[in-house]
Design a binder for this molecule. Structure first.
Ligand SMILES: Cc1cc2nc3c(=O)[nH]c(=O)nc-3n(C[C@H](O)[C@H](O)[C@H](O)COP(=O)(O)O)c2cc1C
Length: 373
């Protein structure tokens, strides 16, 4: 079964190929009467689009979003919201040399082995262009969660290759992230990352790295036992992104270097008397359910498979071929992955927020009974 749909209550179906007529998404389950215009969606697409800086692929597309349905007079109707972005800088001819050849570490061989056919123009459905739909849907989730629950989601590039940052996730702002093309809020590390990516491009090579993402203001109680734990759904969401190879929540793999005494998050009474954790090595999630602290995740992205250097591979008849790199590609996917990680975080949170609202029907009823006396 093809799985192009994500989410239970905030359901997102993406469609389109890299070099077809366009690409887009249908969002079903967004509540009615949310104020929504194309201007709410466009800024996130602008952060995702190719050609935005010298660090990204030179494919140059404005990625203008059109909302085709589900919105009337600036308000959502509660019906499916369809959004379209037309492909305007597709150059299918640039991929002729890939018709019969499998790119190393790309999806060419596996798609063809599975389906007996593949769109060899720019990676087809496996292209990062598919994430246009996710980012557009994530922008609606962002608006919904900000309006209804006061949630804010910010992601940034926290490492490229061996260049790391040590930042307090609670303090990072969108303004800092967007202050440079690397999307790294530490200016010294950002300058080194930019130089390293430029150097890799010049050397016909590519680099990977890590995106860190924080969600602030997440209410207590999001996440379902046992297979739809909030962290399990976030892991699935993140590793479904192209080139994503690792996921951590809270202390992640680094936490294994601590003892239990060092690692535990002590509770204290919060300002309203509810428990709050003094530290946040749990990453805001305990037992798969949000605890009110910042939700904190990290996603590892591999070095881009396409490089501007010759590579040894085979064609579909098993004959050895030396692949000359042609076509446009990202020497490092990290800066453009930032809005994608934010989008997947927002989609998971919106879905669980709507699910939790329906879990909570009895507490509303108790409230109503209390009110009646
Ligand atoms: C923002 C972004 C941009 C990407 N750009 C390229 C690219 O220019 N060239 C390329 O070969 N892969 C690129 N990728 C990765 C491929 O889409 C991905 O490696 C491919 O679909 C195979 O999937 P896998 O790496 O998850 O196994 C990009 C990924 C992201 C997240």
């Amino acid at each position: 079964m093809a799985a192009n749909t994500f989410g239970e209550r905030f359901r997102v179906t993406t469609w389109g190929e890299s070099h077809g007529g366009g690409i887009g998404v249908v969002v079903d389950g967004c509540p009615a009467r949310l104020e929504l215009r194309e201007a709410d969606v466009q800024p996130d697409l602008d952060r995702r689009r190719p050609g935005q800086s010298r660090l990204t692929t030179q494919r140059d597309e404005p990625d203008r979003v059109e909302i085709l349905s589900g919105v009337f007079e600036g308000l959502t109707l509660g019906s499916p919201i369809a959004m379209l972005v037309r492909n305007t800088d597709a150059r299918p001819g640039a991929y002729d040399h890939l018709r019969d050849v499998y790119r190393p570490s790309h999806a060419d061989y596996t798609y063809e082995a599975k389906y007996g056919i593949r769109n060899w123009q720019g990676g087809g459905r496996a292209s990062a262009r598919e994430t246009v739909g996710r980012v557009a849907a994530g922008a609606i989730a962002r608006k919904l969660l900000a309006t209804a629950a006061g949630v804010e989601v910010v992601a940034w590039v926290s490492s490229v290759h061996d260049i790391d940052t040590e930042l307090d996730p609670a303090a990072v702002t969108r303004l800092q992230v967007e202050s440079g093309p690397a999307r790294c809020p530490d200016p010294q590390a950002a300058a080194r990352m930019e130089a390293a990516i430029e150097e890799a491009r010049r050397a016909g090579d590519s680099l990977g790295g890590v995106v860190t993402c924080v969600a602030r203001g997440v209410p207590v109680g999001l996440g379902e036992p046992v297979f739809d734990k909030l962290d399990a759904d976030l892991a699935r969401a993140m590793v479904s992104l192209p080139a994503a190879k690792g996921f951590e929540v809270g202390s992640g793999f680094g936490g294994t270097r601590l003892t239990g005494r060092q690692h535990n998050d002590p509770f204290a009474a919060g300002p309203d008397g509810r428990p709050v954790t003094v530290s946040n090595r749990s990453g805001g999630i305990q037992g798969g359910i949000s605890n009110g602290a910042d939700v904190l995740v990290r996603v590892a992205f591999k070095p881009t498979g396409t490089i501007a250097s010759p590579q040894e591979t085979v064609d579909r008849d098993g004959r050895p071929v030396t692949l000359e790199a042609k076509g446009r590609h990202d020497p490092c996917v990290l800066p453009r992955a930032v809005p994608m990680v934010e989008a997947m975080t927002l989609l998971v949170l919106a879905d669980h927020w709507l699910r939790h609202a329906s879990d909570d029907v009895l507490s509303d009823r108790e409230g109503a009974e209390d009110a009646r006396g």
